[in-house]
Design a binder for this molecule. Sequence first.
Ligand code: UT7
Length: 329
Amino acid sequence: MYASLKSIGAYVPEKKLTNLDFEKMVDTTDAWIQQRTGIKERYIAGEDETTSDLATKAAALAIERSGLELSDIDGIICATITPDFFCMPSTACVVADKLGIKYVTAFDISAACSGFVYAMSMAKAFIESGMKKNVLIIGAEKMSSIVDYSDRATCVLFGDGAGAAVISATEDKKKAILDVKTSADGEYQDFLITAGGGSKNPCSQHVLNEKMQYLKMKGNETFKLAVNTLTKDVFEILDDNKLTSNDIDWFVPHQANYRIINAVAKKLKMDEDKVVLTVAGYGNTSAASIPMAINKWYEEGKLKDGELMLLDTFGGGLTWGSALVHFNA
Ligand code: UT7
């Protein structure tokens, strides 16, 4: 029994923020943002729109495209660092309720930008062990809720959105998720951090005064580690599966920065036409970035049934992961 990606869906909020909008908010320029990151615009959720709202829309589309009934879904894993509620209930439980799915295993995972690949590895394990048949995995973020819009070093980078996939059992290896690898190194926990609000620095006036509820990033250090780790990661998963970049139809990296993606793709000797790029239009949407990218390629008719994707991701924790996934429309 194999696990397979049966369908994909995504949701992008309506409000767009362009680089020119940021020129009016902080000391930055469209040229700097494009040159250093490749980002041109990103979408921001409405004030009343929550992460679960974005997730529910993406999930509903993925389930509709899977041809399954809501009652067929026996697991929901939501990867997010911007849950609706700080401790409980989990965003997965809220999404289950909004979709009308009852009596289902539902929980969130926190692996930052690597969350969707982590969720995929768990869904694969659930299915291959026979514990579950159809697991809904979601990457959803309202990054605008933890971004400090006066900090030019981070605010221009992130966007909101959600992507979801249904992972189901199959006996056909040509439809399988061939492999998923996940890893972490807590030594670099301060490279990407929201320091306030947890048990270390519970919510207080001090936390608010010091703006500790917002995301902080050591951008340059993270950049260097990202290139090295992502490159090592993709070579490892290809070698382990006796594949080369020539066997890959689409390289789907985490969409944080065009320069990181380009550096890894070059080391992989990946044909430019095979690199899925959405960072210009969406910015960095953390756990949502990979499923949003897959969905965009699918909706644009570029991603075809049976094609093999190589996913590669990196994020706070630090966490990272890669996956070899056949696409099944
Ligand atoms: O998704 C999770 C993983 N995250 C990532 O992978 C992100 C990794 N990091 C990056 O993508 C890049 O490091 C950034 C895009 C965040 C920054 O690019 P950089 O080339 O590493 O720039 P830098 O941080 O070294 O900053 C260079 C200069 C600094 O000025 P000085 O000190 O040289 O005078 C910054 O203050 O650019 C300045 N700067 C800006 N200037 C205009 C930083 N942000 C901005 C800005 N506009 N928005």
